[in-house]
Design a protein around this ligand. Structure first.
Ligand code: TLP
Length: 346
């Protein structure tokens, strides 16, 4: 029987709360957050707003709900939302914005850094007339998941925000991994998000919390967001137990993301030496392998048999994500196992 313990690189969402985080959760002061009575949630929301340089924040169960609540809070049914064709919101959120928000999603081609061409955004913003949907929101993503964890350049965020704002269009940033962008670029989250109207970020990815996301923006926007959250069933009660994990993560788990980035670079360089895959060397924690020989699913199975769990990531593509629960020696071991898998498949 195969008894090696698997190295799980499917996502940074697989991280488990460590002993210190669990201790913080155990000691959390709680109240009923739907009444606004949970001191831990209130504290986390204040910290999040401060980190993002916004007036207010609201705690939500997931990144998907945070993006949906953002869309609902910025738009009305029949509006149009511009976003990248590789964005999470367009590819992995079950078209919830269309179903629940009644908006039309209008995808524009993402470039390699996860950005959009200025001209594409300018021409996609519709002139008001009685036939067309009203363009009311532009959504960006940083870091960009399907673009290999790329950091969206600050100047790109600023330029696209200006183009949108000049046309009366709001900007939402899916910052599920915004702290990876901060650590990789050396630019603070407040600077990265200064020109956007709202930003969501996840606690449950590289920050290693069991659950939770925050949506940050103006007080007016967040007041509306609280109503939309309630409508979706996302109003939580003694959620201070979860918020305590988030408070802990914001002070303990951000700087260490640099290790995940270094491990991802090491992993990519090692796999590149094995051959068979084409890939970019990542700047954050996401490694995307383009299969050059053989079938993607055969490779995924071979990796799994060798004790490395990865995920399918589109046609001929495999994703591996580094995180807190996989240290450098595990990455070295993963490379040995991947080399074994390559021999088995080859
Ligand atoms: N991404 C997950 C999968 O859904 C692909 C992952 O493993 O990376 N925005 C971005 C950029 C994300 O990567 C994700 C999760 C979300 C939003 C949604 O967050 P959750 O999973 O909390 O709903």
């Amino acid at each position: 029987m195969n008894t090696i313990s698997p190295i799980d690189l499917r996502s940074d969402t697989v991280t488990r709360p460590d002993a210190e985080m669990r201790q913080a959760m155990l000691q959390a002061e709680v109240g009923d957050d739907v009444f606004g009575d949970d001191p831990s949630v209130n504290h986390l929301e204040a910290l999040a707003a401060e980190r993002m340089g916004k007036e207010a924040a609201v705690f939500l169960p997931s990144g998907t709900m945070a993006n949906l609540v953002a869309v609902l809070s910025h738009t009305q049914p029949t509006d149009e939302v511009l976003l990248g064709n590789e964005s999470h919101l367009f590819n992995y959120e079950v078209a919830g914005a269309s179903r629940v928000g009644g908006v039309q999603l209008h995808p524009l081609p993402n470039d390699a850094s996860g950005g959009l061409a200025d001209e594409d955004v300018r021409t996609a913003i519709r002139e008001p007339n009685i036939h067309s949907p009203r363009t009311s929101l532009l959504c960006l993503e940083n870091t960009h998941n399907r673009c290999g964890g790329s950091v969206l350049p600050l100047t790109k965020i600023q330029t696209l925000s200006r183009i949108a704002h000049d046309a009366g269009v709001r900007v939402h940033l899916d910052g599920a991994r915004i702290f990876n962008a901060e650590v990789a670029s050396g630019t603070t989250t407040a600077d990265l998000t200064a020109t956007v109207d709202s930003v969501s970020f996840c606690l449950s990815k590289g920050l290693a919390c069991p659950v939770g996301s925050l949506l940050c923006g103006s007080s007016e926007l967040i007041e509306r967001a609280r109503r939309e959250r309630k409508m979706l069933g996302g109003g939580m009660r003694q959620s201070g137990v979860l918020a305590a994990a988030g408070i802990h993560a914001l002070s303990h788990n951000i700087e260490r993301l640099a290790e995940d980035h270094e491990n991802a670079r090491m992993l990519a360089e090692g796999i590149r030496r094995i051959g068979t895959f084409a890939m970019e060397i990542p700047t954050t924690n996401i490694v995307v392998l383009q299969v050059l020989e053989g079938a993607r699913d055969d490779w995924l199975l071979a990796f799994k048999k060798a004790g490395v769990h990865a995920s399918a990531f589109g046609t001929g593509r495999i994703r591996m994500v580094t995180h807190k629960d996989v240290d450098t020696s595990s990455i070295e071991e993963a490379l040995r196992r991947i080399a074994q898998a390559a021999v088995a498949v080859g």
